[in-house]
Design a protein. Structure first.
Lengths: 192, 605
């Protein structure tokens, strides 16, 4: 691990990017902790088996789509096609919001099926799903806020920004929360 | 951003002088707020961590004095206790609730606020940029945030001491159900809420700090500073940061589930247990052991988060003051790597008596005892570094040697408690108290003191007073052994920890005198720490001034900066590194700084 960064070449990874990667590693550890707790708990008594909300399938498609749009946005920025760039990050942020709404809808769907997420009647199977999914939503929300910040910058008339670092960082993070959700989705359905 | 300036300085040597001048001038325009409060200078942030850590050390130490009074003098009343503690010490006698609150807060504060934030917060901030040759951290802003999150955590924790129901009192590990049920004890109410908020803020602080340390060490090293030329302090702080970044999030996830159990009625940890006065809980199927797994997955790496910085600083100080290269540099790095990996694989040795599968237990015994190997390598290397050296007994050196002594004494008992069969008898006794206080608590405090005495001239441009330092050292070392050594005997006799009063137990009445002795020594040792504090603050303002750039004749880069370095550390160009940090007594030269190019006639190292 360390030997790869030993070289003193001028083309080293930017410290901000590197910090983001380490930060994502620590987020991975948090979700690894939660999903392993899920596995431990599942193997103990009184675990409620239930089907995932149907809407999670659609939200998965939405977040995958948003990864495509942010990728295209980063490409558009590099090509200095600012109009296209602005549209694409707006679409990405909107897809992020739609994703969060769909997840919330999923919680209501469970509630309608009489599966309590919290409270004294709840089973920890449903509570786990709620806590882990909500935490992931908070991370998506962080990405949406980052998008709003660079969106404001893209519309600023005073300052012209040529550094692609912000959009690159946001795109990396956005792909990360996307992959994180794919992991959680696979975990809920087939592993956990 | 100043980070861009840092990067710029790295790549563009030609622009250096102009930039250095700019740096220097910039500093005269700093306001009090930007220089001392919301500073982004890693050296100032280090001092903020140090002073805050000292505040907590005094408070946490004082708490231990108070509960030692109860343990040593269970039948005596101290009217002045009621004056300072009010209803918590009615009639001059610490109440059981107050006793548990004191023990819990002492543990939380010492482990997290003093020995994590105070130790690695101080020295990682101070030493990483200075020793790798960087103008500041990768992100000075995040670094500042890290301190202020710690500060906020401190305020919340401090406020919990003053709420009506008292601070949390269920032990520093905060096991449910005591931590999950408000009805369990007075401290489990508001006190626990504040404890959780404070710890959540603390985790954020540590993550921000750790990200920064890792990215700084890997990306901001000066020209020629390859990883294998890094001083061992930086290696140790680097591994510490990796441990923190990987283990604190897991603790955080444990806390999130705890918050849901406390406030939203979920059943992660709580089951249908029966509470007197409340009845059976409505919860179903929760597992308190689940919390223990999540907690100790952080909790064990946390031990090394505390210990590794002390190890790194002791290595550096022992080598500098023995005037000899560190023995087995690569073995030191390798053993720290091994410790960092093993730290994640041994957490269940804290849980041998929770009904853990004995087969699984034996795997954890094996992995735990494996830690003895890298630890023994390190001890061997420290001793061989001292062997036949021209030892200078500076206060820093004394504390570094004291660290080695304590690490050996406490490490050996680790082999006892790491054994699941012996642990059945020793678990939750004073033997465990003795073990972890010596090997992790006092040893790391010694590492911290060694670091403070050694780098004080760099931090403040003045020296600490040596006479006071020697008194501080000898009393603390003797006191540490006198306090904790007898506890091994108490623990072997089966005396459980966390009890309020042992004098009413037939089996442990015999230890009344011994307990009184331990408490007396604890008070003396605490008083000597106040002497150290006096020495520290007196010397910051009135200490003997440092007049030479490199007072210890050391090789590392921090001693090539001006005596009182400004923000940016080096006035001109960042020096280039040509060799490792440990060329002491080589080719008849007493020391060769890292910045000296390798001569043609030099023997190979």
């Amino acid at each position: 691990m360390m030997t790869t960064v030993q070289t003193n070449e001028p083309q080293r990874i930017h410290p901000y990017k590197f910090t983001l990667w380490v930060g994502m590693g620590s987020i991975v550890m948090m979700f690894a902790g939660l999903t392993s707790a899920y596995v431990v708990k599942k193997n103990q008594s009184s675990w409620l088996e239930f089907d995932l909300p149907r809407v999670f399938w659609f939200s998965t498609i939405v977040i995958l789509l948003s990864s495509v749009t942010i990728h295209l946005a980063a490409k558009a920025f590099k090509a200095r096609d600012m109009g296209r760039y602005r549209t694409l990050i707006t679409v990405t942020a909107a897809l992020g919001v739609v994703f969060m709404l769909m997840q919330t809808w999923g919680f209501f769907e469970l509630d309608a099926r009489n599966i309590a997420l919290v409270g004294p009647k709840s089973n920890s199977a449903a509570s786990f799903l709620f806590v882990i999914t909500s935490l992931h939503m908070l991370h998506v929300l962080g990405g949406v806020i980052a998008l709003l910040v660079i969106f404001a910058r893209a519309h600023s008339v005073k300052v012209k920004s040529y550094s692609s670092m912000p959009i690159q960082l946001t795109a990396t993070y956005w792909h990360f929360v996307d992959i994180l959700w794919i992991y959680l989705f696979i975990f809920y359905n087939w592993i956990g | 951003m100043s980070n861009e300036a840092v990067l710029h300085a790295h790549s563009d040597a030609a622009a250096h002088d102009a930039q250095g001048g700019h740096h220097h001038e910039h500093h005269h325009h700093e306001t009090f707020i930007s220089k001392y409060v919301f500073s982004q200078d890693h050296k100032m942030i280090a001092k903020q961590f140090l002073i805050t850590g000292m505040f907590w050390a005094v408070l946490g130490g004082l708490m231990s004095v108070l509960f030692r009074l109860q343990l040593g003098y269970p039948d005596t009343t101290f009217p002045w206790l009621e004056d300072i503690l009010g209803k918590w010490a009615k009639g001059g006698h610490i109440s059981p609730e107050a006793y548990y609150a004191l023990v819990t807060t002492h543990g939380t504060v010492l482990v997290f606020f003093v020995l994590t934030a105070g130790l690695s917060g101080t020295f990682a901030n101070f030493l990483i940029p200075l020793q790798i040759g960087a103008r500041d951290m990768a992100s000075p802003f995040m670094n500042m945030l890290s301190y202020w999150f710690f500060f906020a955590a401190s305020i919340v924790m401090l406020s919990s001491i003053f709420v009506e129901t008292g601070p949390f009192s269920g032990g520093w590990t905060a096991y449910p159900p005591l931590s999950a049920l408000g009805d369990a004890s007075p401290g489990s109410k508001t006190g626990m809420d504040l404890w959780l908020i404070s710890m959540a803020l603390f985790v954020v602080s540590q993550l921000l700090a750790g990200l920064n340390y890792i990215s700084t060490v890997l990306n901001m090293r000066t020209k020629g500073m390859s990883m294998t030329r890094l001083p061992l302090t930086v290696w140790a702080l680097f591994f510490t940061a990796i441990l923190g970044v990987l283990s604190f999030p897991v603790l955080f996830s444990g806390f999130i589930l705890l918050i849901f159990d406390r406030n939203f009625g979920t059943s992660f940890y709580l089951s249908d247990i029966f509470i007197s006065g409340v009845g059976a809980l409505p919860n179903e199927g929760g597992s308190a052991i689940l919390y223990q797994h999540l907690f100790w997955f952080l909790g064990h790496p946390e031990v090394y988060i505390i210990l590794l910085p002390a190890m790194g600083m002791a290595s550096e100080i022992l080598s500098v003051n023995s005037r000899k290269p560190i023995f087995g540099y690569m073995a030191m790095v390798g053993s720290m790597f091994a410790i960092a990996v093993l730290a994640f694989l041994v957490w269940a040795h804290h849980m041998f008596v929770t009904g853990l599968n004995p087969f699984l237990g034996s795997v954890f015994v094996l992995l735990t005892l494996l830690i003895a190997v890298p630890s023994a390598i390190k001890v061997f290397n420290w001793l061989t570094t001292l062997w036949r050296g021209n030892i200078r007994f500076t206060p820093g050196m004394m504390f570094a040697i004291g660290f080695v002594s304590l690490f050996i004494s406490g490490g050996l008992t680790g082999i006892w408690v790491g054994n699941s069969a012996l642990d059945i008898h020793l678990h939750d006794t004073y033997f465990v108290i003795a073990h972890f206080h010596i090997v992790m608590g006092v040893a790391s405090m010694f590492g911290m003191f060694a670091g403070i005495y050694h780098w004080f001239p760099k931090m403040y441009g003045r020296y600490l007073n040596n006479s006071m330092a020697y008194i501080h050292f000898w009393v603390t070392l003797a006191g540490a052994y006198l306090i904790f050594w007898p506890m091994h005997y108490e623990g072997l006799a089966g005396m459980p920890r966390r009890y309020y009063d042992y004098s009413i137990w037939e089996s442990f009445k015999q230890f009344a005198e011994l307990n009184r002795f331990i408490s007396t020594v604890a008070i003396i040792v605490f008083a000597v720490q106040l002497l150290f504090l006096f020495n520290f603050f007196y010397s910051v303002f009135k200490g003997r001034k440092v007049t030479v750039q490199n007072p210890w004749s050391a090789n590392t880069l921090e001693w090539t900066t001006p005596i009182r370095p400004g923000h940016g550390n080096w006035a001109g160009e960042i020096p280039e590194v040509h060799r490792w940090a440990y060329d002491y007594g080589k080719d008849g030269k007493e020391f060769i700084p890292q910045t000296t190019p390798v001569g043609a006639d030099e023997s190979h190292h």
